[in-house]
Ligand binder design. Structure first.
Ligand code: ZN
Length: 230
């Protein structure tokens, strides 16, 4: 009965810990539809597997999996270009790292807005995080405010809105929120470079390990290396 009254929302679900918490929020508050976009990133097969498993655990039936060919063809990122190595994490927050995928989130959000318009969903949830992040410019609040103006101007009804429930949270707070919501962290994948086991040394692994440590709990996934990472 409750579910019938819930409004529809699209949630962007990469399969990482932040998007997983976002999907758990969406499953609590909305009738969610989950969007996953592969873009030729190094770990795309593993991330897709996480997406499907998280949807199953959260009982999200409405799924859209699409592939963006442009981002890999363009390259310019360690995630999409085999010639640019994924660096070990040493200087989080200093510069925009080579793992930045040029204007990636705009591609993702555009697909989400198109789908929301067809579904009649008014909200799009994305797990962008500003603090404790790699410092990507498309994770800043001002970017989402501006994108919402683009949506207002460029859609039929102009009522669709991107919401960023995690953007001001510290990473440890996201872990705690996820635990409260029963977010399936065991099914998530954050590593930028490996698909067999999380490497434990890339930016994404290091931020994640620090978050679980700061939240005072263990990370349920396996790491190849954790020495010195936390
Ligand atoms: Zn890693």
């Amino acid at each position: 009965m409750m579910n019938e009254a819930k409004k529809r929302a699209v949630v962007l679900l990469s399969g990482g810990m932040d998007s997983c918490v976002c999907a758990a929020l969406a499953a609590r508050d909305y009738a969610p539809a989950a969007l996953h976009i592969s873009y030729g990133q190094r770990t795309e097969d593993r991330e897709r597997k996480s997406f499907l498993a998280i949807c199953q655990r959260l009982d999200i039936q409405d799924k859209l999996l699409v592939r963006n060919e442009a981002l890999r063809a363009i390259g310019g990122s360690a995630l999409t270009d085999e010639n640019i190595a994924v660096p070990a994490s040493h200087a989080i927050g200093r510069d925009i790292p080579v793992t930045y995928v040029p204007f990636r989130n705009a591609h993702f959000l555009s697909v989400a807005v198109s789908w929301a318009e067809v579904l009649g969903a008014d909200k799009i949830l994305i797990g962008a995080v500003e603090q404790d992040s790699s410092g990507y410019p498309d994770c800043r609040p001002a970017y989402y405010e501006a994108f919402n103006r683009v949506i207002q101007a460029g859609t039929k009804e102009g009522t669709i809105e991107i919401v960023t429930p995690l953007i001001h949270l510290r990473k440890a707070e996201i872990v705690r929120l996820g635990l409260e919501l029963g977010a399936p962290f065991d099914l998530t994948w954050s590593c930028y470079s490996r698909q067999d086991q999380a490497c434990g040394v890339c930016d994404s692994c290091v931020l994640r390990l620090r978050a679980f440590a700061a939240a005072g709990t263990g990370d349920p996934i396996q790491y190849a290396t954790v020495g010195g990472a936390v």
